[in-house]
Design a protein around this ligand. Structure first.
Ligand code: SAH
Length: 459
């Protein structure tokens, strides 16, 4: 098995630091399946190529526990030539510090975006070139693949599963290695060893940064875990939970608020308000990853639940969350923007805009007012937004800064009240206010909420 990794990052020989292998030396490593050789066919400051040659010893393997029961197949097979799970084992052994993002001598190289090219002499692609592309292109790779017929004399036998492949990308080397580590055995759709729980750990670790949002996530998990249903379920739920944790701690706003778990309090208050409104058909506008939708879906009162957001990434997360719910089919989500009137938003009893308006700049906010209060015109509208007066309460938030980098404004209670009054009068809604979160005597509550009721609507 032969693969090369080339960079034209300047100076290209930095690749030697990252791989922890000196470009001037050829090295050999003993593995249980054979010997891995690492050497550099070229190493100039313009271009540097590291080669991994894996010399698989089938006789040695035959003695191991994973030997096949079909005698001849143990000695005559594609493993010495094709990239496979042996390649992943070799990468993890020979390039372990690079894969784990460690580089003692030059730590700044670890996260560096580098132009990289990987070439495989024979990559088995069960699923053909199409699958190869579907796996790598969403991760940003340009893919070139040269296939061949299984046998030129018998074209009717079709295409060989082995491709000569070149993948080009600009990214940190550790990310590329993690992709290869997971996706090579996935393409081969095979593993040379027993697959159990610890395989899920490996997948979580190596797929942490990219797998949850990969369009072929399910196929990757299924193949990586050798089609074992139980393991797949476990991996999926772990991936989703870990994903949520990450989202919760990633955003600065949420970190600030974590102490109060304000987010949850807010959703509970909104849920209760919608419940009391008597609404059956509800809209969550700017639903994000669907936390409110999840709460709504748990209540029998809400017969039709619809979420809309402008972000496809948020919607992907929302759909994933909803798939797991027992009565998730009552919930529909779609992509749309509050800046446009949208027929799909009419005929609802109530709508929620939870922490959304502050993400809209003035012209969009104005368009949103019309889209919601003039065209969609639900019976009631629940709007929450940060209370800027309360920001003084947070030591960690510098004066004049917003709670989230995407906020276009944060309003004081007076500013919010003025907006609510204007919108209510203009579109024929009455409104009441309520604080969300524990109140500070002088500053109010961290979140402010307004509940609009359409003139003439119940509740
Ligand atoms: N309501 C959710 C998300 C709040 S974050 C919650 O409370 O958890 C704000 C959300 O508004 C984001 O998901 C963002 O994608 C969405 N958003 C921003 N501009 C939008 C627009 N023009 N139309 C629809 N959604 C928008």
């Amino acid at each position: 098995m032969f693969l090369t990794i080339t960079t034209t990052h300047q100076p290209a020989t930095d690749l030697g630091y990252l791989l922890h292998k000196h470009p001037d030396r050829a090295q050999a490593f003993d593995l249980s399946c054979g010997t891995a050789h690492v050497f550099y066919p070229e190493a100039s400051s313009e271009s540097c190529t590291a080669a991994l040659l894996l010399d698989i010893d089938l006789v040695k393997l035959k003695r191991g526990p994973s030997a096949s029961s079909f005698a001849l197949a143990s000695y005559v097979n594609d493993r010495p030539y094709a990239a496979s799970s042996f390649t992943s084992v070799a990468i993890a052994r020979v390039f372990s510090s690079a894969l784990n993002g460690q580089c003692k001598d030059r730590p700044e190289l670890v996260e560096m975006q580098m132009p990289l090219k990987v070439r495989f002499s024979a990559l088995p692609c069960r699923g053909g070139e199409a699958l190869l592309r579907e796996l790598f292109e969403p991760l940003g790779y340009a893919v070139e693949a040269k296939g061949s017929l299984l046998d030129a004399h018998f074209p009717q036998w079709g295409q060989s599963p082995y491709y000569e492949v070149e993948l080009s990308v600009t990214m940190p080397l550790k990310e590329l290695l993690a992709h290869l580590y997971v996706l090579v055995p996935v393409l081969d759709d095979n593993k040379h060893y027993y697959v159990g729980d610890e395989e899920i750990d490996k997948l979580m670790r190596r797929g942490e940064e990219w797998l949850a949002d990969h369009p072929l996530r399910d196929l990757v998990i299924e193949r990586y875990l050798k089609h074992q249903r139980g393991l797949k379920q476990e991996a999926l739920s772990r991936l989703l939970v870990e994903d949520e944790d990450e989202v919760e701690t990633a955003a600065g706003e949420e970190a600030l608020e974590a102490e109060l778990s304000l987010n949850q309090q807010r959703l509970q208050v909104v849920l209760q308000t919608l419940r009391q409104s008597g609404a059956k058909r509800v809209l969550d506008l700017g639903c994000g990853e669907g936390r409110l939708l999840e709460l709504l879906a748990a209540e029998g009162q809400f017969a039709d639940i619809t979420g809309m957001d402008v972000s496809t990434q948020a919607l992907t997360r929302a759909r994933r969350r909803l798939e797991r719910l027992p009565r998730g089919e009552r919930v529909e989500v779609f992509q749309g923007s509050l800046a446009y009137r949208d027929r799909r938003l009419t005929d609802y009893d109530a709508a929620a805009l939870v922490e959304v308006i502050e993400h809209l700049d003035p012209p969009r906010l104005q368009a949103c007012e019309r889209a919601v209060f003039e065209f969609a015109r639900p019976g009631s509208v629940v709007v929450t937004t940060p209370n800027a007066d309360y920001n003084a309460h947070w030591q960690s938030l510098p004066a004049g800064k917003f709670r989230h980098p995407d906020h276009r404004f944060e309003w004081s209670r007076a500013e919010f009240a003025a907006w609510v009054q204007r919108v209510g009068e203009h579109y024929g809604y009455t409104a009441r206010f309520a604080p969300v979160g524990s109140e500070d005597e002088g500053l109010g509550a961290p979140t402010q909420m307004a509940v609009f009721t359409r003139a003439g609507a119940n509740g």
